[in-house]
Design a protein. Structure first.
Length: 249
């Protein structure tokens, strides 16, 4: 997979999605190109040529995977799946599947067939996160990697988490424990986005807001190149997100 090739597509219009908090937040995040690219940059060295994306949503990360040999987007929610189908119709290497990760392996995502399983900001929505991780492991080739990014720090859990359907937030240790319980060996992990953690605490815990502010999110997006450069130089001990990469034991 050519890790230096980015093929961004147009952001989602909020009018194209249902009016719930999750969908509207996804639409806002779709406008944050630098933020989405930051997430991709953090995980891209662990990607292989064939990828399963768990909970692809409206394609905010899928847009950076388009040069892979094969991308299978798992998206059980009909409106998102319809949007993905339209958005990536010209990319013949992208397959859209209605399967939930709990239903995999499946006809669309065969066992042992993939170099990478990517699950970004999805695991926190799943009741049995260990079982979901175990299913991801079953999709991997022997040399494959499961790449998981989730909201970090339980102390940040607030009104926005509840509105967005987050069941939990993780620490680096708790996410690694979940990997081990699922039969996966963590090989790499880190926190990211320390400024975002402060903003999330202020908006969700202090102000008790339940929806992302589009204007504040876009201001943050303009500052992301600075934040990401600093965190490449100095790893942060805490952050809004935590990412772990694991392989089969």
């Amino acid at each position: 997979m050519d890790k230096d090739s980015h093929l961004p597509v147009a952001p989602v219009e909020t009018k194209d999605l249902p009016p719930d908090a999750v969908s509207q937040s996804l639409a806002i995040i779709s406008t944050l190109y630098h933020y989405n690219l930051w997430i991709y940059d953090v995980v891209r060295d662990h990607l292989g040529p064939t990828v399963v994306e768990v909970g692809a949503g409206v394609g905010n990360i899928t847009q950076f995977l388009l040069n892979a040999e094969r991308v299978v987007c798992l998206e059980p929610f009909g409106p998102y799946r319809d949007y993905l189908t339209q958005r990536f119709a010209k990319h013949l290497n992208v397959e859209i599947s209605p399967c939930r990760i709990e239903e995999c392996p499946s006809e669309d995502a065969e066992p042992g067939g993939f170099h990478s399983v990517v699950c970004l900001n999805v695991l926190e929505h799943i009741d049995d996160d260990v079982e979901a991780l175990r299913r991801m492991g079953r999709l991997l080739r022997p040399d494959g990697r499961a790449i998981v990014l989730v909201p970090a720090l339980p102390c940040l859990y607030g009104q926005m988490d509840r509105a967005m359907g987050h069941l939990r937030r993780y620490t680096l240790s708790s996410l690694r424990r979940a990997f081990h319980a699922a039969g996966l060996k963590p090989v790499w992990g880190r926190y990211m986005n320390l400024p975002g953690a402060l903003g999330w605490w202020w908006q969700g815990r202090v102000l008790k807001r339940s929806q992302l502010s589009a204007s504040k999110a876009r201001l943050f997006n303009r500052l992301v190149p600075i934040f990401s450069a600093l965190e490449r130089l100095v790893p942060v001990p805490l952050g809004q997100s935590v990412v772990v990469v694991g392989r089969q034991l």
